[in-house]
Design a protein around this ligand. Structure first.
Ligand code: AMP
Length: 113
């Protein structure tokens, strides 16, 4: 738990979310401003500020985010999707609790803007 962290508040249930998955380590919920027909976030319950703060002890947890993302994507009916981690404001990070975006359901351009 970190003070003044939006996603910690979502984990605590203080701010509502459209949950897709939850266990003791991971939470997934729909993005409030979807950028694609399917757009959800997969986050660890442990507060990690972003990709650059991932430590060796977090390696398994980070892999779990991808595995859970895969499972939800299948349930959501998308076989092709993009996984995004933004690190730092210049890269587009606005919430400083690490989160994996899963985007799909439309063609996605590359490179991103
Ligand atoms: P980023 O820009 O990579 O930090 O992504 C943060 C994401 O969190 C954005 O796509 C926002 O739309 C999303 N977001 C912000 N507040 C909420 C919320 N209360 N519930 C769900 N998603 C949110």
């Amino acid at each position: 738990m970190a003070e003044d962290c939006l996603f910690c508040k979502i984990i605590q249930g203080d701010i509502p979310s459209d949950k897709l998955y939850e266990d003791d380590e991971v939470l997934a919920f729909r993005d409030i401003a979807p950028a694609a027909p399917v757009h959800f976030l997969v986050i660890p319950k442990k507060h990690i500020s972003g990709p650059s703060a991932v430590a060796e002890e977090d390696e398994q947890l980070m892999g779990k985010l991808i595995r859970i993302g895969n499972q939800i994507a299948e349930k959501e009916g998308i076989e092709q999707y993009r996984l995004v981690f933004n690190n730092g404001a210049e890269a587009g990070q606005t919430v400083f609790h690490i989160h994996m975006h899963v985007l799909g359901g439309r063609s996605l351009n590359w490179p991103p803007g």
